[in-house]
Design a protein around this ligand. Structure first.
Ligand SMILES: [Fe+2]
Ligand SMILES: [Fe+2]
Ligand SMILES: [Fe+2]
Length: 309
């Protein structure tokens, strides 16, 4: 798509305007991600100065998904910045892994022993993802891997094909490395059946890593299967649960868009954790979009064009 500099900047202005409603800023962000290019990257990077951790972490996520090396300097400085919230720094680390360039290994190694568990685990996973990419280049084994029907760049490759029961056991085995458990997670996600959703939802109870539980909620949101709504609700309601996990449960409920999710999202839109409140707000907007059948969720470009006309 050929979108001129001025138009991209205008969408960037919506993203970076704290007076705009959060849902509209999210839509502008996804529009920029879809457009790509350095101007879009610069507009997204500018947003790291915002006060919303939710929005900033989503900016980092989008920069990772774009897989453009032009975003590396901004992501590195976010990962380094101790004034950024953990959820934002985690997502910056993960995004560096998603870009997958060798040049990011130094900074990932520097933070792989961070005393903040979400950050150290993220960096370890990102390093292993890059190492895995290297091993793939040497021997082409990729054919044994299931395809990802969701078009996301994931923090780990899927495990080689095996039964759902074997994958479930690996997923829930807290003695295995996080990387191996993530590989089982993404293989189950790719399986995309009710049985695999149920196995994944059990992962919300695994106690040793909040990062792991939040990723489970993320993939359940991708799969949009209603069978896991009760488990997602249970984790959102748990006030002692890590806010990063509750945030991801709220967004997953929003993307599954059951009538029953609406009530709970409205309730937790008043949560004491800002990141949870804002996730519910954005999730309610996604709910509305899923229910309307509107194809233009990332409608920032349409809005700017309408304003021009
Ligand atoms: Fe992520
Ligand atoms: Fe995340
Ligand atoms: Fe998230």
């Amino acid at each position: 798509m050929n979108t001129d500099y001025e138009t991209v900047r205008k969408i960037g202005d919506v993203l970076n305007d704290p007076k705009e409603p959060l849902a509209g800023r999210f839509r502008a962000l996804f529009t920029l991600r879809n457009l790509g290019g350095q101007t879009a990257i610069d507009c997204i990077s500018k947003c790291f100065g915002d006060s919303s951790a939710l929005l900033k972490h989503e900016c980092a996520y989008c920069l990772g998904q774009m897989q453009d090396k032009g975003a590396i300097p901004a992501l590195e400085s976010v990962l380094r910045d101790e004034n950024q919230e953990t959820i934002v720094r985690h997502e910056a680390g993960e995004a560096l892994g998603a870009i997958g360039a060798d040049s990011v290994l130094d900074i990932l190694e520097e933070f792989q022993h961070s005393e903040i568990q979400e950050i150290s685990e993220t960096c370890q996973l990102a390093i292993q993802r890059i190492q895995w990419l290297h091993s793939q280049k040497k021997h082409d084994k990729s054919s044994k891997l299931s395809a990802n029907p969701f078009e996301s760049v994931d923090p780990a490759p899927p495990a080689e094909e095996t039964t759902i029961e074997t994958l479930r056991e690996r997923l829930l085995d807290e003695k295995l490395s996080l990387f191996d458990r993530y590989r089982a997670m993404f293989a189950l996600r790719n399986h995309n059946s009710e049985e695999s959703v149920k196995a994944l939802a059990e992962g919300l109870q695994c106690s040793n890593s909040a990062l792991f539980r939040h990723e489970i909620a993320y993939v359940l949101g991708q799969m949009q299967h209603k069978v896991c709504v009760p488990q997602l609700m249970e984790s959102l309601k748990k006030l002692e649960e890590n806010a990063m996990v509750r945030h991801e449960c709220a967004e997953a409920l929003g993307s599954i868009a059951q009538d029953e999710s609406e009530d709970i999202l409205k309730e937790y839109a008043k949560d004491k954790e800002r990141v949870v409140r804002e996730s519910c707000e954005v999730a309610l907007d996604m709910c509305e979009y899923e229910q309307s059948g509107d194809l233009h969720y990332a409608d920032g470009l349409i809005k700017v064009q309408e304003a021009k006309a």
